[in-house]
Design a protein around this ligand. Structure first.
Ligand code: ATP
Ligand code: MG
Length: 197
């Protein structure tokens, strides 16, 4: 499961758990992106912070792991590179790429999208506000669309909540809530010290 994970939240975790059960997966590898090319317009938190939050959120689940492959590759993150890497390191594995239906709808803007379908089976999970209608030209045998329990949780909303000092408890695991506070992520910009009189 690829994502920016800025921060990871319970929507991601529920989706991963649901897909793992339905497709009988051995493992779900969370892959925090390096520099997301589609999010060049906003400042993304340091890769190490996003990696550590994802690690904290998944550590207790024996089926969940976190990979550093995308954060250690230089340059922007393209899913095709991630999948080629996983194919090389796991030559016998059957690969599934879990992504939100919103992201899947944009798949045709991804680099080398024609090759993507040969490397993995794509699972698009719904989230509230996104239509599940199948894109006419998505190949049926390589793409599954699936509804997960609707969780109106997004990383953007969590960041905005932190910035206005609203609670984020229960939207993301407790360890992530505490890590965000400890590192001062997403907080309002520190007020400039007033000029001494
Ligand atoms: P942002 O609000 O910054 O875009 P996000 O919540 O969408 O963040 P991403 O890291 O962009 O989080 O998401 C990674 C993947 O998880 C994407 O494919 C996204 O569609 C999916 N996803 C995010 N939130 C949910 C949710 N609540 N339910 C199901 N899938 C989700
Ligand atoms: Mg998103």
């Amino acid at each position: 499961m690829g994502g920016t994970f800025d921060p990871v939240h319970n929507g991601h975790l529920v989706a991963a758990s649901e897909v793992a059960a339905l497709f009988d997966l051995d493992e779900v590898v969370f892959v925090p992106s390096g520099r997301p090319w589609q999010k060049a317009d906003r400042e993304v938190s340091a890769a190490e912070d996003r990696y550590l939050m994802t690690f904290l959120a998944t550590a207790e689940n024996p089926q969940f792991t976190v990979s550093r492959i995308d954060i250690e590759r230089s340059g922007p993150t393209y899913t095709i590179d991630t999948l080629r890497h996983l194919r090389r390191t796991h030559p016998d594995a059957e690969l599934f790429f879990i992504t939100g239906a919103d992201a899947l709808a944009q798949i045709f803007t991804w680099r080398d999208h024609t090759e993507l379908f040969g490397l993995a089976h794509f699972v698009g999970v719904t989230r509230p506000g996104y239509d599940l209608r199948r894109h006419a030209s998505l190949p049926d045998e390589s793409v599954s669309l699936l509804e997960v329990p609707a969780l109106a949780i997004s990383s953007s909303d969590i960041r905005q909540r932190v910035a206005r000092a609203a609670p984020i408890w229960y939207l993301t695991p407790d360890g992530v809530v505490r890590y965000i506070a400890k590192r001062g992520l997403y907080g309002p910009r520190p007020v400039a010290p007033s000029v001494p009189e």
